[in-house]
Design a protein around this ligand. Structure first.
Ligand code: ZN
Length: 827
């Protein structure tokens, strides 16, 4: 171990001079190919007070602790079999502090030590040794994604890249992107990348650029001199074999928005018309109902106001109640209440001069206790004490549930009041629990109308094409699909008939301070914050405890019948292995993690690498079919763990179904931006786009048809998954053999699969370490092997097939797991 590389590394960190892009050759990581040689940089002056040390941490817990103590560990972190190793720039005093926290400070001659070869991107020659290292694990810049796609005749390049110095705040490390113009052409067109920070944590740099020519390679250069190159991939297929290729394929069944009654009645009709492949399953918990208590705010304003709420629902008699505050001519009369039928008359108290003398608090109390049960909730306005003297009313005031006041443009027709029973439309030729189940759950959020029509359109396509289209027949015969066309019928009715922007359900959990009728459009529970994993009740971000917030999580986990039903369904039908929670709008496709604890941005557990790869592969299939309709592209920056690409949503349904039941749980924001070649801009969607809007831009009809394509492809993903009986294969790259010096190795698999491995010679089991990504959204990690090591491992694909049919659960005699020994010559 030489001194000089350390000093250079140290100064690269401590003298971050913005925009010194002095690297003269390509160097650094190229996750898609071999890395090139490095070149030297000028050496700034030394500093004596701090030094760079190599440390080993037991795991992420300790990393959080050390980071929380203020250590900058973002430089050169890597996962190793027994924890996390990295560098820290520290004083002698801080070394002692780290040691006290349990951090292992490794000496110069530690088995895993910095070597010339390992100091990639920081110019130290030794090109010969570096050539043996396919993945430059220690570079300061890594390419995460470099994707090319076209839409409506326009090309786009999306780049995501990480610098290991990204968390550093002073100065902030910048990044520049260059691209070539095809194979063999020079890099150029330098552009600045945007730094993406979330909840105080550096995520990566990313940008979407409009380009006319497809580049072959990109080059990224950080302001501290880190360089990485990468090969550009295609995002989505340009012309996937369309589902609609068969000329007899039928589509375009839904011709307008549908309120819940229409959705449910069509679901039941489908079950009657196609009894051989369809049936209705009723969810056991009725909703709390499209219904409200009848209310009025009377007696004056401010401290004199009384908020009155009926005991009965409006449609069950609450709307017939009248309340009258009456003054009387005589002096010193007590407060009294008279009830005749549904007429409540409050005889206000009088003072010595005969003037009204009852306060709002007194009148409220009298109504609660002396109205013969007609009024069970009466209180002063908001947080007032109700100290004002109540004024007499001009006559009886009728209470109302406000549900008769239809919003302008609401559909005609009778809206049933009261609790609803939600039907699930189940479609499949073999509904015996043996085929993979797919749950399509639309409209958790009431105002999202396109998800409901998209789901209905998919159901129609299944039943109408079953007999005539081979691909559809394969879906129906190999899957068991459950459609919940609207999981929030109460809120959806409110959205259609009363308040178009309603998001939550209709349950009012609010205390008196938020219970006056002026706040009625803000009541309800956000059903997609009401689940049990990564919930707001557990401290995760993105769910509110405020009952009038748009993301109110409810008084407890699964407090709402709508969320209880989903859990009931997946527990009853254990063959459900796929789920799509369909939302609008945004143009995103999500999976886990979907929530984090804001302090430290600690996400729910990330899916193993095999699941992550399977999600990406499925997403590309689904979104390619969406694109096939009218070239709508859901961009790669909008695909992935929802808390990585959008925000933390505590207690969402996907988190619960994936982590509790092992269901591949997607979330979809349909109806995102569409590229408009006429303006050169992306044009955004909306919750209720005009149904017959511009078919090339924002249109409820076009969105329904294109996203139904994607749902149909999701069924094919599930059908393929169910028929996958093929074991995965995997290999260590480079493989077993003798190496003259330290070597970088990683695993490769033949299909999306998760690898469990050991390095201590023991038999790998499901409890062994899992092969992980270098960092989230990146490929698998690289092991820097400095001494002879034997890797034992096996791989498991997304359908549960295990490589070579190995049984990791019991110590069978065959022990046919994979093994490879990397022999390193002693130095
Ligand atoms: Zn939504």
């Amino acid at each position: 171990m030489r001194r000089s590389p350390r000093r250079i590394a140290l100064l690269a960190l401590s003298t971050l001079v913005g925009s010194i892009l002095v690297t003269t050759g390509s160097a650094g990581a190229d996750p898609m190919g071999p890395s090139a040689a490095t070149t030297s940089r000028s050496q700034p002056e030394d500093r004596e007070s701090v030094r760079l040390v190599h440390i080993r941490l037991t795991g992420a817990d300790m990393l959080d602790k050390v980071a929380a103590a203020g250590f900058d560990l973002e430089h050169g972190l890597r996962r190793v079999p027994n924890g996390i190793e990295g560098e820290a720039v520290v004083t002698a005093e801080q070394v002692t502090e780290l040691t006290t926290m349990g951090v292992e400070v490794l000496g110069d001659d530690a088995g895993f030590a910095w070597s010339n070869e390992a100091d990639g991107g920081i110019g130290i020659g030794a090109a010969g040794a570096r050539a043996a290292q396919p993945a430059n694990h220690d570079a300061t810049v890594r390419v995460v994604r470099a994707d090319w796609f076209t839409t409506k005749g326009q090309g786009f390049l999306y780049v995501e890249a990480r610098t290991t110095e990204g968390q550093q705040a002073d100065p902030i490390v910048g990044m520049q992107l260059e691209n070539d113009s095809g194979k063999g052409t020079p890099f150029g067109f330098a552009r600045t990348m945007s730094r993406f920070v979330d909840s105080g944590q550096y995520m990566f740099h990313r940008n979407l650029f409009k380009l006319d020519v497809r580049p072959n390679k990109i080059k990224l250069t950080s302001s501290t001199g880190g360089v990485a190159t990468g090969v550009v991939s295609n995002w989505l297929e340009d012309a996937p074999p369309p589902l609609t290729a068969n000329p007899s394929y039928k589509s375009d069944f839904v011709d307008g928005y549908r309120h819940p009654q229409q959705l449910y009645s069509r679901a039941k009709e489908i079950a009657r018309q196609y009894p051989d492949i369809a049936e209705i399953v009723y969810l056991p918990n009725q909703t709390n109902g499209y219904q409200r208590k009848a209310q009025a705010q009377i007696g004056g304003t401010g401290q004199a106001a009384v908020v009155v709420t009926s005991a009965a629902w409006g449609h069950q008699g609450g709307n017939d109640i009248t309340v009258d505050f009456v003054d009387r001519p005589d002096a010193n009369l007590p407060l009294a209440v008279q009830v005749t039928g549904k007429a409540v008359v409050v005889l206000l108290a009088t003072d010595a001069s005969g003037a009204p003398a009852s306060t709002a608090a007194e009148v409220a109390e009298a109504l609660r206790t002396r109205s013969a049960g007609l009024i069970d909730r009466a209180h002063p306005y908001r947080t007032n004490e109700g100290t004002g003297i109540v004024a007499p009313t001009a006559g009886p005031v009728a209470l109302t549930d406000f549900l008769d006041q239809k919003r302008v443009g609401a559909p005609e027709g009778e809206v049933p009041r009261g609790p609803a029973t939600i039907p699930v439309l189940r479609i499949g030729k073999h509904r015996d629990g043996k085929k993979p189940g797919v749950l399509i759950q639309a409209q958790d959020h009431a105002r999202e109308w396109v998800p409901a029509t998209t789901s209905l359109e998919s159901a129609e396509r299944l039943v109408h094409n079953y007999r005539s289209d081979r691909e559809t027949k394969k879906i129906v015969e190999n899957t068991d699909v459950f459609f919940i066309l609207s999981n929030n019928p109460d809120g959806a009715n409110y959205s259609f008939y009363n308040f178009a922007s309603q998001r939550k359900n209709m349950t009012n959990h609010c205390p008196d301070a938020s219970a006056d009728p002026a706040q009625r459009n803000s009541w309800g529970v956000d059903l997609n914050r009401n689940y049990r994993v990564g919930s707001g009740h557990d401290g995760y971000a993105g769910g509110s405890t405020n009952c009038v917030s748009g993301t109110y999580q409810g008084p407890g986990e699964l407090s709402e019948p709508e969320s209880k039903n989903i859990i009931w369904l997946v527990e009853k039908y254990k063959n459900i292995k796929f789920m799509m929670s369909v939302h609008s709008n945004g143009g995103q496709l999500f999976w886990q993690p979907g929530a984090y604890i804001a302090d430290g941005r600690i996400t729910t557990p990330r899916p193993p690498l095999g699941d992550e790869a399977f999600y990406w592969q499925s997403a590309a299939r689904i979104l390619s079919q969406v694109k096939a309709h009218r070239e709508t592209v859901v961009t790669p920056e909008n695909v992935g763990g929802s808390s990585d690409v959008l925000y933390s949503s505590a207690g969402n349904v996907r988190e619960d179904l994936y982590h509790t039941y092992g269901i591949y749980a997607f979330g979809w924001e349909v109806g995102g931006s569409v590229y408009n070649p006429a303006t050169g801009d992306w044009q955004g969607g909306s919750f209720q786009p005009e149904w017959d809007g511009n078919p090339e831009l924002v249109s409820g009809h076009a969105e329904t048809m294109e996203y139904a394509n994607g749902i149909m492809e999701m069924f094919r993903v599930a059908a393929d998954w169910g028929r996958d009986k093929k074991d995965p294969t995997s290999q260590l790259v480079p493989g077993a053999g003798r190496y003259s010096g330290p070597v970088d190795v990683r695993f490769e698999t033949s299909e999306p699969a998760t690898i469990y491995y050991t390095t201590d010679g023991s038999r790998p089991t499901l409890e062994s370490p899992r092969y992980a990504a270098t960092e989230f959204r990146e490929p698998g990690q690289v092991f820097h092997v400095t001494e002879t090591t034997t890797f034992n491992w096996f791989s498991v694909d997304s359908a549960g097939n295990i490589e070579k049919n190995y049984d990791p659960t019991k110590n069978d005699k065959r022990n046919n797991y994979r093994t490879a020994t990397i022999r390193i010559a002693k130095r």
